[in-house]
Design a binder for this molecule. Sequence first.
Ligand SMILES: Cc1cc2nc3c(=O)[nH]c(=O)nc-3n(C[C@H](O)[C@H](O)[C@H](O)COP(=O)(O)O)c2cc1C
Length: 237
Amino acid sequence: MADPYQYPYPSPELAAAYPFRELEFERLSPDEMRRRAERFHIQMEQRRSVRMFSPDPVPRDFIEHAIMTASTAPSGAHKQPWRFVVVGDPALKSAIRLAAEEEERINYEENRMNEEWQQALAPLGTDWHKEYLEVVPWIVVLFEERYEVRPDGEKRKNYYVKESTGIAAGMFIAALHNMGLATLPHTPSPMAFLTKTLQRPDNERPFVLFPVGYPMPGTRVPDLVRKPLEDVALFFD
Ligand SMILES: Cc1cc2nc3c(=O)[nH]c(=O)nc-3n(C[C@H](O)[C@H](O)[C@H](O)COP(=O)(O)O)c2cc1C
């Protein structure tokens, strides 16, 4: 096959200036690729957000593994601008529940969420009660790192912080689901109370909170239908 590249990456100058290594990549047969694609899709179709968690304990290394998987996410300029703060301490979980419920009570009961938003949420039937935050064995709060603070105190810019953290969040959810755990992306906004409760520095902002555990036996979820391919994709073949 003729080399299609006139300007290969990395250029000899770049490779001389910075370390590079050869990509480890196994090219699979089309049959195997299709099999894996179908299996992964079926597996991910079964993922659901859970709002009734069991108090059954979950070993800490399961959470560590999911975070390491999430942390393989691509990120702008490879800044990895995320921090996963893991809470198993009952007193801290109670404090988070209390503060989250106070914010959510204002959202739901004092109409901080407008009418359109409340209508969109109606089929989910969510309200300000967040008992699961105390019941669940772990709460993982994902913070976005708005800028980097080096050990000497120097501040450095991070790039595409929200996009990068969002991708890490998705990979965290997929990793949990893959190992047989359930979660819920939860945003009891405004979430500034999490910065205070978890004593995070100024450069970190709460992104999303994940209760993580097993579903209560018999847990029910909204009977949602996901959009078909033609509603979420457009091909220019
Ligand atoms: C960014 C984000 C924020 C969310 N915030 C909440 C929340 O605060 N409370 C809640 O009960 N569900 C929340 N959800 C969960 C959604 O309601 C749920 O993902 C959606 O209804 C689809 O259901 P599924 O996750 O089971 O597919 C949130 C989801 C996302 C992605």
